[in-house]
Design a binder for this molecule. Structure first.
Ligand code: GLN
Length: 489
């Protein structure tokens, strides 16, 4: 990875300039819930010092060379991922005052290389939503048009990258939460293979579907961050070793990969349809073998996803009682009332809806009808992908049927937003990697498309994205040129 802004955060003047510029921009955008590079430097320094004590005596020059490229690179972290010294609110009143006592493994790995977590970004409450408007703690706006949403749930992370504040940011993706805001803001967004990156330190929403994810300004950075984070972690028993023959597979542009383009009636907004067609045409023009394919199970993805996600959410969020975790009401007559009041005041309407839906589908006597049925659909979707990846190497499909929609009533209803998750939730249900990439700007708003590959074949996604970037370079929002520079520029 090339070095970003070598002097950033290493000289006091550069650090002050950077801090002031980001604060200035973020005033209108609301990407960050907390922004404090100084605190990030302290957290990263502590992690580095701990590693140096553990590895004292080792001299590894490759490691040193790699670290030099990362030294002082600022990155942002979605506020459902733990970083010591910062709060960990999940965009919820429930955790508004909660500070993280430890740092997520994925963040630790980046800090060990020298990168600095500079702040925590806004999100839909507990990651539930597609706009970042369900956050209880702030409004995030799209840098292309501030009357529109950033997308979600990793909206703050996508905006921090799109508005040039950081070269990359971490988010999470349970059903599209990195890819959809990446598409709305015009940046790259990678959801890795399930189990490739440790979830230790990611606050659980739907554990079997989610992954820590990357939003970044270019393909090189996306790939470098993914490679730095990918590892088996004893703190997360669901992490899996990447098969040896794939671990170092090249992500260099490769136009021999067979591309399947999802066809059929996709129900896309005209601007998105234009961008999607443009990406398919660009792949053909680059010389890729391209064919139209179908994924018949896609029509069941949304009901299966929302059944499973809500069921897992209702179990995961049971820990917020106001006793050990969560908002502690000022007064309660008895423990039951304390828990009830904590939940009533601490959770927003979308979170309450999903907990209710989750307990409904899991209630005794009805599991066959909902939860187990959804698991069967999940298997069918996985089989559909297996079949497809016998014929093609990479699948191209839309991310979301519309571009960034307006805030509030002029936008999509919560129900419309859920239906629109049909393209993104498939990768989470199947556990496979997916990368959203910029496919142009239509009527002043970015359009994204996504590429999917079999588990642990992220390199194919980078190879296609690199080739496509020659034809469809990423555009930056006119008012927000990057605050950072590549060392080579
Ligand atoms: N829109 C989806 C949901 O609301 C995606 C969320 C996510 O990936 N965290 O569940």
């Amino acid at each position: 990875m090339e070095s970003y802004w070598k002097t950033l955060l290493t000289t006091p003047e550069a650090a002050t300039n950077y801090r002031d510029s980001v604060r200035d921009r973020d005033h209108d955008l609301g990407a960050f819930l907390e922004f404090d590079p100084q605190r990030g430097c302290t957290a990263a320094g502590d992690i580095l010092a701990e590693r140096n004590t553990e590895t004292a005596g080792d001299t590894n020059t490759t490691d040193d060379a790699r670290s030099a490229a990362w030294a002082g690179v600022p990155f942002a972290v979605k506020d459902n991922i733990a970083v010591t010294g910062f709060r960990l609110t999940c965009g919820s009143r429930m955790l508004e005052k909660f500070s993280s006592p430890y740092t997520a493994t994925a963040v630790q790995r980046l800090c060990t290389l020298g990168a600095i977590p500079v702040g925590k970004t806004n999100l839909d409450e507990f990651g539930m939503g597609s706009s970042t408007d369900t956050s209880a703690l702030g409004v995030t706006s799209n840098p292309w048009d501030r009357s529109r949403v950033a997308g979600g749930s990793s909206g703050g992370s996508a905006v921090a990258v799109a508005a040039g504040m950081v070269p990359f940011a971490l988010g999470s993706d349970t059903g599209g939460s990195i890819r959809q805001p990446a598409a709305f803001c015009g940046v790259y967004g990678l959801k890795p293979t399930y189990g490739a990156v440790s979830r230790y330190g990611l606050v659980a929403y739907a554990s079997s579907l989610e992954s820590i994810a990357v939003a970044a300004a270019d393909v090189d950075t996306t790939e470098a961050v993914f490679r730095a984070m990918r590892a088996v972690d004893e703190m997360d028993q669901s992490t899996i070793e990447c098969p040896a023959d794939l671990a170092d597979a090249s992500g260099a542009a490769d136009t021999t990969l067979r591309i399947g383009v999802l066809g059929g009636e996709l129900g896309l907004d005209p601007a998105v349809a234009t961008g999607y067609q443009g990406a398919a045409d660009a792949l053909k023009a680059l010389g890729f073998p391209v064919s139209a394919v179908e994924l018949p199970t896609i029509e069941y993805a949304v009901p299966a996803y929302y059944t499973i996600a809500a069921a897992e959410a209702s179990a995961n969020l049971a820990r917020y009682t106001g006793i050990r975790y969560g908002l502690r009401p000022d007064y309660a007559e008895n423990p039951e009332e304390l828990v009830r009041t904590a939940r009533d005041q601490g959770f927003g309407p979308e979170v309450k809806l999903r907990i209710l839906l989750g307990t409904y589908v899991l209630r005794s006597g009805f599991q066959d009808q909902y939860y187990l049925r959804a698991q069967k659909v999940r298997t069918a979707i996985r089989n559909d992908f297996d079949r497809l990846f016998g014929e093609i190497d990479v699948l191209l499909m839309p991310v979301f049927p519309t571009p960034a929609f307006p805030h509030g009533d002029a936008g999509l209803t919560p129900f419309q937003q859920k239906i629109a998750d049909r393209f993104t939730t498939t990768a989470n249900l199947a556990g496979i990697p997916a990368l959203a990439l910029p496919a142009g700007v239509e009527a002043g708003l970015p359009v994204g498309v996504q590429v999917l590959a079999p588990a642990f074949h992220e390199h194919r996604l980078f190879a296609v994205a690199r080739a496509l970037a020659q034809r469809l370079p990423r555009a930056t929002p006119p008012d927000y040129p990057p605050l950072w520079r590549k060392a080579s520029e």
